[in-house]
Write a protein that binds this ligand. Sequence first.
Ligand code: GLA
Length: 375
Amino acid sequence: MNSIAQKFQEVFGHPPDISAAAPGRVNLIGEHIDYSEGFVLPFAIQDCTFVAISKNDSGTLKIASLQRESEILEIPLADISPSRSGDWEKYVLGVVWALGVTSGLEILIDGNVPLGAGLSSSAALEASVATALNSLFSLGHDLPTLARLCQRAENDYVGMPCGIMDQSVSLMANDGSALLLDCRDLSTTNISFDVASANLELLIIDTQAHHELVDGGYAQRRASCDSVVAKLGIISMRHLSSEQLNNNREKITETEYIRARHAVTEIQRVLDAVKALEANDFVHLGALINESHASLRDDYTVSCPELDCAVNASISSGALGARMVGGGFGGSAIALIKASEIEATKQAIEKAFSDSGFVKPRFFTSLPSQGARVL
Ligand code: GLA
């Protein structure tokens, strides 16, 4: 029996019917463009959320999480509705709801994706539950469909207007590769991402910051993009060139112009990053990562002092590139660093944080890893 199945047995007194795992993610490049039908280049980290599930005919869901130290939550099936208030269990209920599962269930969650670090612990939770239920009930959904159902759970049940990147990479990533995801049709290409053979390492810096703007700021950015799309009569930012944007500048507000400039340039940077990786040109990749951060900081304005501090300290100590990842306003940054300089860089970042009076950051590294699987 695997470890999550054993823990399930301890909590519920019998073995589960199924267990599954799904990873968190880091996005190499392609930020805030998944909801604009752009390209993104994330990879799955080694850390996973694990779930074990059994079905029963009790008419209730019993849910426990070993991360939350709470007792077992017991929720009548009839109460599963987006209007039910709740906490972390909303992500689980949302997936049950989106997949249309109507059986009583016992569900145990465990995992090691750092919570609140911008590494998509919520998408990992959704993807693990979706993977297990898809198999347990022989629903036959393919991975893109499961990703859309997980996104629906988060958009319509939890109420967070996220894009499709995090759920897709958690479900579809592969060992050793970043996942080039076309957010228009969810087609994917594995792009080999082997920093070690170039004597590099990708450092993940969790700033431990979490600013108020997280949810409202995200929705506002999406709304700006939607407004540009409507005013310019295009299908999405994917259909906008820099030239067209500049020629139509007077039709949109200045804020909308700089938001759109981020989207248009970031989509191109992702395609350029793929070429750089295919040519093993990590110096160019680093430059694109730096440009991405500048665009997120200055045009999209989703960075924050802690993220900028992590990025600046990394670059000052010799990183090839560094940038914030994820939604922004806190969470994590990444830095592409020579393996021999990793300790010195961490110390420089810690010092910069301490000099600025910020909470001590946490550091992780991770190889690109496999997406969700039944265990
Ligand atoms: C969050 C969202 C994603 C994506 C990123 C920004 O992680 O969940 O859909 O929009 O922010 O790239």
